[in-house]
Design a protein around this ligand. Sequence first.
Ligand code: FMN
Length: 249
Amino acid sequence: MSETIDLLNNRVSIRKFKSDPVPEDLVDQVLRAAFRAPTSSNIQSYSVVMVQDPDTREKLATLTGNQRHVVEAPVFVAFCADLTRIEHVMAQRGHTIVDNNMEIGLVSSIDASLVGMSAYLAAESVGLKGVMIGAVRNDAAATARILGLPSQVYCVFGMCLGWPDEAPPQKPRMDYSSMVHYERYGALRDNRDMAQTVNDYDAALANHYGGAGKTTTPDSWSHDMDKKFDPQLRDNLRQELKTQGFDFR
Ligand SMILES: Cc1cc2nc3c(=O)[nH]c(=O)nc-3n(C[C@H](O)[C@H](O)[C@H](O)COP(=O)(O)O)c2cc1C
């Protein structure tokens, strides 16, 4: 239908890369294009940190649960929510955003995410592939220290990019028609109940993991989600982000 739609329809996360370097000007072009992403009220509240130093990569990998692709990917980019420029212009005018942070915290996180996804897509369009790394929020304060992020900046996620050295099968997605509501939530094109949709997806994902030689359970997705969110995931995050100047309250 279109190159972009084909690209998205065929997309998978890639965690193994050839050692071939990625030219710096290609990365620049990818990021310049990504920075054209829409940005709430034109605030452009994001920055990226390019990380090449092997020691820094090792520190980040440790923090992300020893994800080796964080060290081995030719390119690692940290996508950050960055309020420093807003703070700067407001301070010049005798104002501050410190007491107004829930909305601005969300907006800057959304901004950084839109730029991140745009970069991912731009990278794919030139044959680069990769994976986003949310595990930098396992310890957002440590990530901030490692990357030298000042107050009012936090790393929303990292991204490994490079020339792919694997072609894993696509992970199935939940049934499309169970996620598209018409006019009001609950009005679906195909009114199957949620339990059935989830059961079907559990079976499809178990089949996918089984085919890839990975251990799973018959209730694959349900089991993983339950395990991921109980006990609560990243319980310290609110405090870590508050220390970093993002008070999500
Ligand atoms: C914000 C975000 C953070 C992610 N963090 C990680 C991560 O830390 N490590 C990893 O291996 N994959 C990570 N992923 C990739 C997801 O696990 C992956 O997108 C999902 O399992 C679906 O697989 P697919 O991308 O191959 O379709 C992340 C994805 C997103 C969007």
